[in-house]
Design a protein around this ligand. Structure first.
Ligand code: TXA
Ligand code: MG
Length: 369
């Protein structure tokens, strides 16, 4: 059994929001300061917000069973309140209290991939407020592997609602300094736990239908899931910008991860891509427009842009995943107006990388072959 937490008044939410002095603390994963964890847990238990590290990206945490805390999360992010939050747990015994039933497939996936970068969607139990689930009767649940996240969740009472700790629409933060950029003065505490290992948000798998469906690709790929539970489908809207269907994860319909400059993806052979991008760059430079390129180690020296950023070696997808959001933010700092990006193969983690890039580009792609 789980119970809803007593709510705060609307007035105290607003008061809390706009006058917060954000405390920043450092906690190392391999040497946890339990006094800090206790302090952070107490903030969440009393209805406050704490941003914290996970292995995917930083989360903006509040008490998942407290409707008012979820309200605060939406306000702090400037997030539409129909976009549901993920409930984070730290142990398997916490799951059954917040969902109507745990399907067999979920046990098998949890055994294999929890704690880790996988979120599963279930029918929700009554104690989970609809404010947390964006009005839905389903709830997304994840058990992160980051030790600081686990300690915080335990100290906070076991159920922490946490979207990525960015302002709505901006790239998810992969380090505490990016959380500061977006949320300083909007949250009670930020826990700095170093750089995120994975750098892209968790894979989201919907287990409420007949066939499990991936609603957001991530580090845990379709193939990895199928190895464990058999057939898994992927929501068709994920890589197809022309699909007329609405994505099933409400958050996936919003413009996201977008740098302030305009971003266009270029597909083709390496030679084609480099020469096409350079032609465009020259044109923009003549017009006095500041340009940028998302390149790879193999091509970074061949471009003539104002700001050239390599995501790493083309073959090293994990490195690309880790760097992508940081680079999208850096273009904002450089005040770049026009950005070109190379494309990546939609295979393995590449599916998630391309999904985030396509969303950042608002699905603007130029195919050269
Ligand atoms: O890696 C992650 O998942 C990070 C870290 C902090 O755990 N969290 C994260 O949360 O990325 P957020 O809120 O930025 O993204 C959650 C996504 C949204 O697209 C939302 O629409 C979807 O999950 N989602 C949540 N609950 C859902 C539900 N019941 N049904 C369908 N989609 C859901
Ligand atoms: Mg997010």
């Amino acid at each position: 059994m789980c119970e809803k937490t007593e709510g705060l008044s609307a007035e105290s939410i607003l008061r809390g929001l706009y006058k917060v002095k954000t405390k920043v603390i450092k906690i190392k994963e391999d040497n946890i300061n339990w006094q800090y964890i206790e302090e952070a847990g107490a903030i969440i238990r009393s209805g406050g917000l704490v941003a914290f590290p996970t292995e995917t990206v930083y989360g903006l945490g509040g008490d998942a069973l407290n409707a008012a805390s979820s309200g605060k999360i939406y306000a702090a992010k400037g997030r539409p309140s129909d976009n549901p939050l993920i409930v984070h747990i730290a142990s398997m015994d916490k799951l059954s209290a917040i969902v109507r039933e745990v399907p067999e497939a979920a046990y098998r996936l949890a055994e294999r991939y929890w704690p880790g970068p996988l979120t599963m969607i279930f029918h929700k139990a009554a104690c989970v407020p609809v404010q947390t689930t964006g009005g839905l009767e389903t709830v997304a649940v994840r058990m992160p592997s980051h030790k600081v996240a686990q300690a915080l969740i335990e100290a906070a009472g076991g159920y922490v609602a946490a979207p990525s700790a960015n302002l709505s629409g901006r790239p998810s933060p992969t380090a505490a300094k990016f959380v500061m950029e977006d949320l300083d003065g909007r949250v009670d505490m930020i826990i700095d736990g170093g750089e995120a290992d994975i750098g892209l948000e968790s894979t989201i798998l919907d287990l409420t239908g007949e066939v499990p469906v991936i609603l957001r690709p991530g580090y845990i790929t379709e193939e990895m899931l199928e190895e464990t539970i058999g057939r898994v489908d992927t929501d068709r809207t994920i890589l197809d910008g022309n699909s007329s269907q609405a994505p099933k994860a409400p958050g996936m319909k919003y413009r996201h991860y977008a740098p302030k400059g305009s971003l266009v993806l270029i597909e083709g052979t390496q030679v084609q891509v480099v020469s096409y991008i350079n032609e465009q760059l020259q044109r923009y430079r003549l017009e006095g427009i500041k340009t940028g390129v998302i390149a790879t180690d193999e091509t970074k020296d061949r471009y003539l842009a104002d700001s050239i950023k390599s995501v790493g070696k083309r073959e090293d997808e994990e490195q690309i995943a880790r760097q992508l959001f940081k680079i999208l933010r850096e273009f904002d700092d450089d005040k770049v107006q026009m950005i070109y990006a190379e494309s990546f193969e939609s295979r393995g983690v590449g599916v998630a990388i391309m999904n985030r890039l396509l969303k950042a580009a608002g699905h603007q792609v130029i195919y050269l072959q």
